[in-house]
Unconditional design. Structure first.
Ligand code: AMP
Length: 187
């Protein structure tokens, strides 16, 4: 099963991706986690993207697409995967369509977690993960980047009739149950 978890920063994508990973035994691929690890380890990729993440801006499409294409070649993703944080722009979504096509694979679901903006800011500022992009001005920038560049990705998948809307307000367990019942229909 190949799934995209989509939603604004603070919607709970990472938390839900980890629960889905356990439930369905398919690995999560988080581009944000990969970038943060690269920055921590000071790899060439990390050095390249550090100031971009710090500013809450987006890493260039080609860099992200190359990274995901390489990552998905790994054996561990051969039985499916949960994408968290990718695709984040329409060109990334188009590149991902081509990747699937080249591998004779398809997407099973695009899960959109929806959470009102006031709640997102509150959640991010209180999550205390120590992320350099979790400060108030960076969060505001990330939310505006989401509105302008990422939200149109939804429309791309609506055209493919793959979107499942999930109310992202509630406890972690409640939201997880909503996602599972949507996935039951396709599993
Ligand atoms: P996340 O952990 O998904 O919130 O991602 C943290 C940061 O990593 C984002 O604010 C971007 O700077 C960068 N990033 C992660 N995924 C992508 C992507 N698909 N395209 C561009 N930048 C990304």
């Amino acid at each position: 099963m190949n799934i995209i978890l989509f939603g604004p920063p603070g919607a709970g994508k990472g938390t839900q991706a980890k629960l889905l990973q356990e439930e369905f035994q398919i690995p999560q691929l988080s581009t944000g986690d990969i970038f943060r690890a690269a920055i921590k380890n000071e790899t060439p990729l990390g050095v390249k993207v550090k100031s971009i993440l710090d500013a809450g801006e987006l890493v260039p499409d080609q860099t992200v697409v190359d990274l995901v294409a390489d990552e998905l070649k790994k054996e561990k993703y051969s039985g499916g995967y949960i994408l968290d944080g990718f695709p984040r722009t329409v060109p990334q979504a188009e590149a991902f369509d081509r990747m699937l096509e080249n591998n004779n694979a398809s997407l099973d679901a695009f899960i959109e977690l929806s959470v009102p903006e006031e709640e997102l800011v509150k959640r991010i500022l209180s999550r205390g993960e120590g992320r350099s992009d979790d400060t108030e001005d960076k969060v505001k920038n990330r939310l505006s980047v989401y509105q302008n560049e990422t939200k149109p990705v939804l429309n791309h998948y609506q055209k493919q009739d793959l979107v499942k809307h999930i109310d992202g307000i509630g406890t972690v367990e409640e939201i997880f149950d909503r996602i599972k019942s949507e996935l039951k229909e396709i599993a």
